[in-house]
Design a protein around this ligand. Structure first.
Ligand code: 0RA
Length: 639
């Protein structure tokens, strides 16, 4: 292991642990603490316990964490940190371990000069996991002894007891818990891949930490360790792209406001992949660290270009120009992160902007100065982007003069609704003119607009904005939405607050849906982040017996309907929207009272970014692999 474990200056013991609230109502309202009690909530438990160990790693006292899901569904998390303190907490007159496990929001994380950094948002504490577990046990090794305490649904069933001896220098914590199926009624449905993805990300963000996930039930195991930390992360994100320069830029510095760590590398694509984190938590809506980074990047590159005569006086590269083809990770660590916004995805601490800006200005300026060939290549790339943007602006103007992207000249194909309040209006994007016709007849024209799109829209992953705007289908779509794109994008002009993609339930339909989602993800991401984009769920089968009919959306429903309606039931498979008549389309797929919509969200921005890149980008081998490994999931689309 490469990491050296250094003792912290502060002596940290039971006295530093402050008590904020009692452990009440966690079992009554688990959603308040872990979001939900489905699979995500279950994963949250694992994350909560692992996060505590990661905090110990961030404090440089731990470099190995193993999480194991047993065949008996018991989760075991072991770390080689200092071990949770077991001495008596002065105020509570109980062992610090017991306080941490039984008092809500107790931990070394709240003031008191102990931990500098913590998981923040997710730091609801081990006590929440304890409260939501049928049983739990914690074993602490420190000072030559092994201590243990056990719990049932959050309540201690033993005192903190010495259960064994250990070498004097041994230290660490092992937590075991069995999630309570009274709370997690769907059972112990842990998903290896979802957990592994998060472990991988955490390992990138915590250089030198080795994280292992073992699933005994499926016999799967993965270990993540990245010597290069976020430099490895950037290389990983760029692995299927052509890098503009081999060596990524990297800086790590401590400032009074926060620790700043940034890595970046340009590639030959036209998109941007900047991912930001605060205390290892993805900040999908950016925030002060992102704005500090952007400001510094634009300024530093312009300064360098000007000083070296690569751009003329008075000329400037825009923020978008310097971010084209950029892959970057911005990671900050701070004592008291403020997560803002509806989904708590935005870092609010004002002092962070200046800190990140100063660090990046300084270090990136030096990097460019010391690597003139790299600097030249990057600036060449930015100048190309500027030229393309100028071409796009001209293309847009041309389109506009011909009655283009503005909504005062709505496209002829759009069957608009009469509602003028965007909050009450919805737009159905429908594949093909024939299904479009059916949808027009079936809709409620007061608030439902229909836009039929013909054929496959351009693969926007590969194309720049100017090229994209040459596509009729794309122009029509942007005009109908009303927001424009690129630097003209204005979310306030959105004409519909629900944008519903309705395609056939076959492979072509899936492809068109992916193309549309790629377009939204790459060029209108705000609409996805705002939760405006949905996918319609047309039925797959109609089961009919005499006058009785059932529309079913899954294979299980189909079987249930056949069972219900008996032997004579006829089953018809619906592949295309066009196979339904207007009334059927309305009642099964468009009527708000009866339809199911899937909201598109970007839960894990890094994964979404990678997936789109892989499916739509220009490298062929990884696409093949993805399609092969997921072939079974899509197989039934085209029966
Ligand atoms: C507070 C203080 C100390 C260690 C920890 C918390 C700690 C917590 C967890 C949770 C999982 N693994 C952990 N490892 C350590 C340091 C106490 C000291 O040595 O002074």
């Amino acid at each position: 292991m490469a990491t050296t474990v250094q003792p912290k200056a502060t002596d940290y013991g039971a006295a530093n642990i402050q008590v904020l609230e009692g452990l009440e109502a966690v079992r009554k309202r688990p959603g308040m603490y872990i979001g939900s009690t489905d699979q995500r909530g279950l994963h949250h438990l694992v994350r909560e316990i692992v996060d505590n160990s990661v905090d110990e790693a961030l404090a440089r006292h731990c470099d190995r964490i193993v999480a194991r899901i047993g065949r008996d569904d018991v989760v075991t998390v072991t770390d080689n940190g200092r071990g949770i303190p077991v001495d008596t907490h002065a105020k509570m007159k109980k062992s610090a371990l017991e306080v941490i496990m039984t008092v809500l929001h107790a931990g070394g994380k709240f003031g008191g000069g102990g931990y500098k950094v913590s998981g923040g948002l997710h730091g609801v504490g081990a006590s929440v996991v304890n409260a939501l577990s049928e049983w739990c046990s914690v074993e602490v090794t420190r000072g030559g002894k092994v201590y243990r305490q056990t719990y049932k649904r959050g309540k201690p069933t033993s005192k903190v007891t010495v259960v064994g001896e250990a070498p004097l220098d041994a230290h660490g914590t092992t937590t075991r818990f069995l999630a309570d199926t009274d709370i997690f009624v769907a059972g112990h449905d842990y998903n290896f891949d979802a957990l592994a993805q998060w472990f991988r990300e955490t390992a990138y963000l915590t250089r030198g930490l080795q994280l292992t996930l073992i699933d005994e039930r499926t016999d799967r195991e993965a270990t993540f360790y990245f010597e290069g930390g976020i430099v490895s992360f950037v290389r990983h994100l760029n692995r299927n792209r052509q890098a503009v320069h081999d060596r990524p830029f990297y800086v790590q510095r401590e400032t009074p406001a926060c620790d700043v760590e940034v890595a970046l590398q340009y590639n030959d694509s036209y998109g941007e992949s900047t991912h930001t984190f605060a205390n290892n938590i993805g900040t999908i809506d950016g925030g002060t660290h992102l704005s500090g980074f952007k400001t510094a990047l634009t300024r530093t590159i312009n300064d360098y270009a000007r000083r070296n005569g690569l751009i003329k006086d008075g000329e400037a590269l825009s923020g978008e120009d310097v971010r084209e083809g950029l892959t970057a990770i911005v990671s900050v660590k701070l004592a008291d992160p403020q997560f803002e916004g509806q989904t708590k995805g935005k870092l609010g601490n004002a002092e962070v902007a200046g800190a990140v800006q100063a660090v990046v200005n300084d270090a990136l300026g030096a990097f460019l100065g010391e690597n003139p060939q790299i600097a030249r290549k990057i600036i060449e790339k930015c100048l190309n982007a500027a030229r393309a943007r100028e071409a796009a602006r001209k293309a847009r103007e041309l389109v506009q003069r011909k009655g283009g992207l503005e909504s005062f000249s709505l496209p002829g194909k759009l069957a608009d609704c009469s509602e003028r309040d965007p909050a009450r209006a919805e737009l159905y994007i429908v594949e093909g003119d024939s299904a479009g016709g059916t949808a027009k007849q079936g809709r409620d024209r007061r608030y439902q607009a229909i836009l039929p799109l013909r054929g496959k829209i351009l693969n926007v992953e590969k194309a720049r904005l100017d090229k994209m705007l040459q596509s009729n289908e794309i122009r029509t779509l942007i005009t109908a939405l009303g927001t424009s794109v690129g630097d003209q994008f204005d979310v306030a002009k959105l004409r519909y607050h629900r944008i519903i993609i309705m395609t056939d339930a076959d492979v072509d339909g899936a492809h068109i849906r992916t193309l549309l989602l790629t377009f939204f993800f790459r060029h209108l991401e705000q609409l996805i982040l705002d939760g405006r984009v949905f996918i319609a769920q047309p039925p797959l089968y109609r089961v009919k017996a005499g006058k009785e009919e059932r529309w079913t959306y899954t294979e299980e429903q189909r079987q249930a309907a056949v069972a219900e309606l008996g032997e004579k039931a006829e089953v018809q498979r619906y592949k295309g929207l066009g196979e339904m008549n207007a009334e059927q389309l309305w009642s099964t797929t468009m009527d708000p009272a009866r339809r199911t919509l899937m909201q598109v969200n970007v839960d894990d921005a890094v994964l979404a970014d990678e997936t789109f890149d892989m499916l739509m980008g220009s490298a062929v081998p990884p696409r093949k692999k993805f399609i092969q490994t997921h072939a079974r999931e899509v197989a039934d689309l085209d029966i």
